[in-house]
Design a protein around this ligand. Structure first.
Ligand code: GSH
Length: 201
């Protein structure tokens, strides 16, 4: 397998899941400005969507979309307990949270990185992001990870998105459960290995 990624981007969630699963994979860095990969490939020819993450499977096919890739990695490495099996009601709680992180958090950060967003719009967006952080902060009350004491693909995703708070100077201290959670996740060997491989630490 080969993961097409950009350091610190949402592809990091997939990178963390691969490391948590303990599988072998290659990495290929993508420059999102030029749409070129580090080996000189035209990334749009690889993934016509033009965005990361993109995972080349062992059969040569390309799979995209964070939520799908996280499920693929969890289901093909079921022994790693990154996602309960089909039929287990807890599976849908994990997927509910993956979708929440994707649509309510990940996508809410987008305008903060867009130079075309006005300062006024950014201020309003921060307030909006805060309402979503309230929800995950409450979800984490009294538990180690989003779904209890087991790290799941939802945690791989939220760990990645919380990392973006630094890039937009968003102080997370109003959400103490999130601050403690981020510390726990960031100290996991698979997360540290991911950050190092992406040149983020
Ligand atoms: N729907 C996609 C969104 C992926 C996405 O937002 N990727 C960003 C990085 S976090 C990107 O590559 N943006 C560059 C672009 O859209 O040109 C998914 O869930 O995987």
């Amino acid at each position: 397998m080969k993961l097409f990624y950009t350091p610190g981007a949402c592809s990091m969630a997939v990178h963390i899941a691969l490391n948590e699963a303990g599988v072998k994979f290659d990495l290929e860095k993508v420059d999102l400005q030029t749409k070129k990969t580090e080996s000189g490939l035209d990334f749009v020819a690889v993934n016509p969507k033009g965005y990361v993450p993109c995972l080349q499977l062992d059969n040569g096919e390309y799979l995209t979309e964070v939520g799908a890739l996280l499920q693929y990695i969890a289901d093909t490495n079921a022994g790693k307990n990154l996602l309960p099996l089909v039929g287990d009601a807890a599976r849908y709680r994990v997927l509910e949270t993956v979708n929440f992180v994707s649509t309510e958090l990940h996508k809410s950060f987008g305008p903060m990185f867009n130079p075309a967003t006005s300062d006024e719009a950014k201020k309003a967006q921060i307030v909006h992001i805060g309402t979503r952080l309230d929800i995950v902060n409450t979800q984490l009350e009294g538990q180690e990870f989003l779904l209890g004491d087991q790290f799941t693909i939802a945690d791989a995703y939220l760990t990645t998105v919380l990392g973006w708070a630094n890039f937009i100077q968003l102080d997370l201290s109003p959400w103490p459960n999130l601050v403690a959670y981020a510390g726990r996740c960031m100290s996991r060997p698979a997360v540290i290995a991911t950050l190092k491989a992406e040149g983020m630490m």
